[in-house]
Design a protein around this ligand. Sequence first.
Ligand code: FE
Ligand code: MN
Length: 361
Amino acid sequence: MSWTYQLGNRTFILDREKAEEAQAAKMVINGRETMTFNLLPLKYQWAYTLYRTMKANHWEPEDIPMQKDIEQWRSDTALSDVDRWIIRMGIGYFSAAEGIVGDNIIHVVRELMTASELKLVLGRHAHEENIHADSLLYMISSLGINPHECEAMFEDIDTIRRKNEFVTQVSQSLRRDMDLSTVESKQLLAKNIFVFGQCMEGTQFYGLFGMVLSLYRQGKFPGIGQMFRYTLRDESNHIELFRQLLLELIEENPEIWTPEFRAELVGLMQEAIKLEKEFIADCLPVAAVGLNAGEFSQYIDYIADRRLEGCGLPLLNPGVSNPLPWLAELMDIKKEQNFFEGRVTEYQKSSALGSVNDDEL
Ligand code: FE
Ligand code: MN
């Protein structure tokens, strides 16, 4: 079957069967080359849907007022030393972490994917990491924190350094032009996708999310808290994106999903949890009003099990309850929030393909 177009004395024949074969050869990795560039026809519909969700959530740091945060930061009575320390740790950790995630997407994951819609959504993911990094810059400059402190935190706080090393060690060996024909190399990539999506963004971001948003619930740092709410909403999409990528990779390459490999991933999650609990202890070295290190640690056990569950892996703490049920509610941001008026709706309407039935793509 083919499409034939006659224009004057020229005839153009488009081979439909060949084109359909090309789409069938669209793969997460090791796919057909033309499908690396052609977005259509879509094979991974979920990736395009997720891209549209992410785009509709677009935000800019400067949309969020920091006046109240600045007043509190300068006041002698509004905040405790621990409150300020948590913000410093948050800024210190995330300044590096957002950059590490973005770098891994661009130089490893997006680079190795051979389906265009996966590259599209990963490009958006990388851009959101830029927005997050920019929001930290905005917080630092608003509060008047010396930017050298961020770099110093990255180097001098052991628990931050160890968290960063834990993730960069699975990224370095996967740079450009990696041969993905062997089981070992595919497992390296799967490990990278699991560690970044489920261990780092999915678990190791949540100690600080819990602490900063606990302060926000007490009326402290309304601007920073708001930015963390937007970031948390973005992260939930990143975690889902990397989870789906892992599941597709396994489905197309079932030989990688051995019992040994699954046990290795669970072991990496255990390591991630340990590092996160040590980090939480550094964030809360002394007791603080309304902040309980034990609760945040339990939350890490709880959330880590949700990540394992999502990947079809065995749980580490079956039955552990969620000590911070309000955290999920804070992620559910109402679009009508006044400082964001207009903008969100505008972005949502702007999708040219918005009215096209997803099945047709
Ligand atoms: Fe981020
Ligand atoms: Mn992220």
